[in-house]
Write a protein that binds this ligand. Structure first.
Ligand SMILES: NC(=O)c1ccc[n+]([C@@H]2O[C@H](COP(=O)([O-])OP(=O)(O)OC[C@H]3O[C@@H](n4cnc5c(N)ncnc54)[C@H](OP(=O)(O)O)[C@@H]3O)[C@@H](O)[C@H]2O)c1
Length: 318
């Protein structure tokens, strides 16, 4: 029985019929010269899921690492789950396929297992940042139709979204011919997202949790690993606060995407399957003060963005 539930935690089912491994290596802010080795360490430690994005500027080095892992027999392509994401400047229908082709070239792959619209935000084709003059009108139905084309072509074995609020996901589910397989959002013990969690559960959209450790090393500088409830539970279970935060996510039914470029932390973050948080300790997570850490202020502008406030960007979930 214990082994059965352990197996259930290793992967979650997607609405495509595929499985998504419950722990994926995050690669945002994993710098060049380091990210390739991190991917190799992760796969050797047992990870089979790597979360990439074109905008992270490191897919080429990840592609080299994957090629080495495949050619040396450490992993087969068909047991790996590779995600990439469509950046905001590639939302135009004619840019969507080109953007995936560039990611596939850099990753040295024929297909990705999951391709996500990175943000419900559109900037002008060819632009990089979010300067007001670079903002463009959003047209998610047009972008989603182009994503459906990638799914039909087999270049993306699943398609989904990221940073979608409950309302934006509900809207997408109304017009999508292919429903999204995943919504990748900020989620951790300090930001539970209960409404989104419930919608995802009832509609078969898998919730994948980014910044599951609160992104302490980025400008987000979340301090969730110092959260007293987490520290207390970690002490009680003889685990690290990071492991407890990740295990909480998995027990919620979310895949978790911890980023690390440190070999021992990469291993620590995967040591999640031979133990669990018992119900009496799990209940304590509901007492943690909630706070969205990655607010997306860059996407808000009084006149040039469809979102005049953070409240509009997140449809009140802030
Ligand atoms: N879709 C989106 O818009 C979006 C947004 C944000 C993130 N993401 C994805 O989610 C991934 C994870 O999120 P994130 O990078 O923001 O942050 P995170 O995984 O919550 O935290 C990463 C930070 O925690 C440190 N760390 C890792 N393991 C640790 C441990 N066991 N104990 C203490 N510190 C530890 C890392 O440092 P070391 O590297 O030095 O270990 C790094 O500074 C990203 O890399 C990206 O793939 C997606």
């Amino acid at each position: 029985m214990a082994r059965e539930s352990e197996r259930e935690c290793l992967c979650f089912d997607l609405n495509t019929g595929a499985k998504i491994p419950s722990v994926g290596l995050g690669t945002w802010k994993a710098p060049p010269g380091v990210v390739g080795q991190a991917v190799i360490e992760a796969v050797k430690a047992g990870y089979r899921h790597i979360d990439c994005a074109r905008v992270y500027d490191n897919e080429k080095e990840i592609g080299e690492a994957l090629k080495e892992l495949f050619s040396t027999g450490f992993a087969d392509r068909n047991e790996m789950f590779i995600t990439s994401k469509l950046w905001c400047s590639d939302h135009a229908a004619e840019d969507v396929s080109k953007a995936l082709t560039r990611s596939l070239q850099d990753l040295q792959l024929d297909y990705v297992d999951l391709y996500l619209i990175h943000w419900p935000v559109r900037t002008k084709s060819g632009s990089r940042g979010f300067a007001p003059e670079d903002m463009a009108p959003l047209c998610l139905p047009e972008t989603w139709t182009a994503m459906e084309g990638l799914y039909a072509s087999g270049q993306a074995r699943a398609i989904g979204v990221s940073n979608f609020s409950t309302k934006k996901l509900q809207d997408l589910l109304k017009y999508a011919k292919v429903p999204p397989a995943v919504n990748q959002v900020e989620c951790h013990p300090v930001w539970h997202q209960p409404a989104l969690h419930n919608l995802c559960k009832s509609t078969g959209v898998h919730l994948s949790a980014y910044s599951p450790l609160g992104s302490p090393g980025s400008w987000v500088k979340g301090e969730i690993l110092k959260e007293p409830v987490l520290v207390e539970i970690a002490k009680e279970l003889n685990k690290s606060p990071a492991q407890v935060a990740l295990r909480w996510g998995i027990q919620m039914g979310h895949s978790v995407l911890p980023k690390s470029v440190n070999a021992s932390r990469i291993r620590e973050n995967f040591d999640l399957f031979s133990w669990s948080i018992p119900p009496e300790l799990f209940a304590k997570f509901s007492g943690i003060h909630q706070q969205r850490l990655l607010q997306g202020t860059f996407a808000v502008h009084e006149t040039c963005s469809p979102y005049k406030s953070l409240n509009e960007l997140w449809d009140g979930e802030i």
